[in-house]
Design a protein around this ligand. Structure first.
Ligand code: SAM
Length: 214
């Protein structure tokens, strides 16, 4: 087996750069975070494969390219405060935390939330805060956020997330009427009441389950 460092470099070159990921901060963050720490040890040989992997509780850790694509689409600045909905393994939150100042991450499944907290402690990612709860309601205590990313598929954009987006902020979310196929959408809050939405690409995510989700 090739070393994990070699596999990570290959992933950056062949799965990210060759498909158009250009943001230096995103590429550096993807190089910095050890994906093998966020998956079951029995799958370590697949850590840098070009595909999602199963994690506990029937959920998934997203394909590295999708993590990079969504992170780039958020147009992050180092001073940004980010809300992530769907902590899962914690991998995407770790990537976001290498670029933004603070990451607030909400996960509905307690076992996953706790597992991610333990990983962040072990790996020293001290600017990520995890909350167990229904992320379709956002996390109002820390709002507004400069960027919000949802890593599960929603039937429509949850209103609480729109409300918690700062003016000038970006929300990236998979939206679709079917349970497992969505369009990745970016919404910008231009003024208090003016939101602009654009479609980015087709994606497949596990469902966003909650009061303002499925
Ligand atoms: N970002 C994750 C990672 O890097 O491993 C992958 C997330 S996985 C594709 C989607 C996650 O969204 C699952 O862990 C699922 O439990 C969670 N989820 C679904 N509905 C949710 C909700 N209403 N609030 C918070 N998390 C939710």
């Amino acid at each position: 087996m090739k070393t994990l460092d070699y596999q990570r470099d290959t992933m950056i070159r062949e799965h990210l750069m060759s498909r158009g990921i250009r943001d230096r901060a995103v590429l550096e963050a993807m190089r910095d975070v050890p994906r093998e720490e966020f998956i079951d040890g029995r799958m370590v040989e697949n850590a840098y494969g070009d595909h999602p992997l199963p994690i506990a509780e029937g959920q998934t850790i997203s394909q590295p390219y999708i993590v990079a694509y969504m992170t780039e689409a958020l147009e992050l600045k180092s001073s940004d405060r980010v809300l992530e909905i769907g902590t899962g393994s914690g991998y995407a939150a770790a990537v976001l935390s290498r670029i933004a100042t603070t990451v607030y991450s909400v996960e509905r499944l307690g076992g996953l939330a706790q597992g991610a907290r333990e990983r962040f402690d072990r790996l020293g990612y001290s600017n990520i805060v995890v909350h167990e709860g229904d992320g379709t309601l956002g996390w109002p205590e820390h709002a507004p956020y400069n960027a919000i990313v949802v890593t599960a598929g929603a039937p429509k954009v949850p209103q609480p997330l729109l409300d918690q987006l700062a003016i000038g902020g970006r929300l990236v979310i998979p939206v679709g009427r079917s349970y497992d196929v969505q369009m990745l959408v970016r919404v910008r809050r231009v003024t208090e009441g003016d939101y602009r939405s654009e479609e980015l690409c087709g994606v497949r995510f596990v469902p966003l389950i909650g009061a303002a989700g499925w």
